[in-house]
Design a protein around this ligand. Structure first.
Ligand code: NAD
Length: 459
């Protein structure tokens, strides 16, 4: 089966590499010419475990191609995935301009039945809008050439739940697959396409989602459970995506609020989290208290859900509170630093981590960015190190901060160390001996804090 993936970002590249690994022939299209040039030359514009190896392997086997020519790719593909960005607009809603541009393009080139699979996150109604735009383009083409294309197509909402840092693993081993369409033809094709994933009939990296050693890449049969699929209409599928992300954000803001209360009481919120997660109705994930959530999805999608509710004249009090707790959490780091150091004017604060979480170079929505700005306002000097996110940070923070070559340089030169991202290499307790450390991610357990002036953010 030949597939086109439109968008060579975090989702598009993970989908491209994973589908090629399953044996499909995939053309990945992006309108960023430089990005495509880099990809064609074997470079990868983002850091994501396993991606480099899978792309290299499939480029050499000619099962992946990168390009900018949407028309050519559409004509030779049976299935077209949309994976372009949907950033926040000024009102907090989703900016759907890239999706709509792509829909227009698809309508201009459609020449036979195609299944269009929307992976980009958009509000309820986005999938139907994509279909309407394509219908409109086809109608215009028929006006110009009455004997021309009357191609059939289906548009499916197939929300993506992958997690950066384990995106390939998340796509190939999902918890569930949502197929949002009323068309039986589309459902059948989706089930055929995802058959190896649904049946878990291959193994790509059984050890760990973050293990990117090349020898773990062989695809071999695996017996295992069947991934649940749920067929809904497109609007329901779109809401499932927003509700999922809002729920995860809720768990994080909830445990952070409990953590903030625990801090006043001298209690360890990680023990509390362990205690509540033993209740099988409360899954243990996303209960790690700390600096809060970031990234390109949870903040953006929660804002978009709020925006959608407001257009319906509904005030979503809980969702508002989730974002508000998250917005305030980094300021607690600054307050703790002031308790330790007094005025921060001229003091050097060393950041360990900038990425919104470990395993990625993505700094979109990272709490590190507002935290830098707040510290600069206090007159502090900020030095930073992240194993993967330094290039992205330089583009954004420019000369506002000092860039260090490794964690040790940050720590040695800092009056106070802020742990921002839970990279494994920051868990080495010997790094911090004799230093003032404010830990935003619980990288050091209680028995590892000896000889360190340690302060947990909310434990
Ligand atoms: P991204 O910004 O990393 O990538 C988007 C890509 O689309 C870019 O390379 C951009 O150049 C390209 N693009 C934009 N307009 C285009 C056009 N007209 N034609 C061709 N290419 C175009 O975004 P992402 O993080 O991959 O997210 C993509 C979508 O998936 C978003 O809607 C996001 O909400 C959703 N999503 C993201 C994640 C995640 O973890 N990043 C997870 C699930 C869902």
């Amino acid at each position: 089966m030949k597939i086109t993936v439109i968008g060579a970002g975090y989702v598009g590249l993970a989908v491209t590499a994973s589908l090629a690994e399953l044996g499909y022939i995939v053309t990945c299209i992006d309108n960023d010419v430089e990005k495509i040039k880099l990809l064609r030359g074997g470079g990868i514009p983002i850091y994501e475990p396993l991606l480099q190896e899978l792309v290299a392997q499939n480029l050499s086997q000619r099962t992946i191609e990168f390009g900018t020519d949407l028309g050519q790719a559409i004509k030779r593909s049976e299935v077209i995935f949309i994976a372009v960005g949907t950033p926040s607009n000024e009102e907090g809603g989703a900016d759907l301009s890239a999706i709509y541009l792509v829909a227009q393009g698809i309508g201009q080139y459609l020449d036979s039945y195609k299944l269009i699979v929307n992976k980009s996150t958009g509000p309820v109604g986005t999938t139907n809008r994509i279909a309407n735009i394509i219908f409109g383009e086809l109608a215009e083409r028929r006006q110009e050439d009455p004997g021309g294309s009357s191609a059939l197509f289906d548009v499916v909402s197939n929300p993506e739940f992958l997690r950066e840092g384990s995106a390939i693993y998340g796509f190939l081993y999902p918890d569930r697959i949502i197929i949002g369409t009323d068309s039986q033809r589309a459902i059948d094709l989706m089930l055929k396409l995802y058959q190896p994933i649904i049946m878990k009939s291959f193994v790509i990296d059984p050890q760990s989602p973050n293990n990117n050693s090349p020898e773990t890449l062989s695809v071999s049969p695996q017996t295992g459970g069947v991934v649940p699929t749920l067929n809904t209409d497109a609007r329901t599928a779109e809401m499932i995506k927003y509700a999922s992300n809002a729920f995860l954000a809720t768990k994080i803001s909830f445990i952070n609020e409990i953590g903030n209360i625990c801090k006043y009481l001298g209690l360890d919120v990680y023990q509390i989290a362990k205690g509540i997660a033993l209740d099988h109705r409360i899954a243990p994930h996303f209960l790690e208290a700390g600096l809060g959530f970031g990234g390109s999805c949870l903040p953006k999608d929660t804002r978009a859900l709020i925006s959608m509710a407001k257009t319906l004249d509904y005030e979503p009090h809980l969702l508002n509170a989730i974002l508000e707790i998250n917005r305030k959490q980094p300021s607690r780091m600054v307050a703790l630093a002031k308790e330790k150091l007094g005025s921060l004017k001229g003091k050097r604060i060393g950041f360990l981590g900038l990425a919104f979480k470990k395993g990625t170079d993505d700094i979109r929505g990272s709490v590190a960015i507002p935290l830098v700005n707040e510290l600069l306002k206090e007159g502090a000097i900020v030095s930073v190190y992240d194993p993967k996110a330094m290039p992205n940070a330089r583009k954004l923070l420019k000369d506002k901060v000092l860039y260090e070559a490794d964690a040790k340089d940050v720590i040695d030169n800092a009056d106070c160390v802020f742990v921002i991202t839970d990279w494994d290499k920051f868990k080495d307790k010997d790094l911090y001996k004799g230093k003032v450390v404010i830990d935003g991610r619980m990288v050091l357990a209680g028995n590892e804090r000896e000889g360190i002036e340690y302060e947990g953010l909310c434990w």
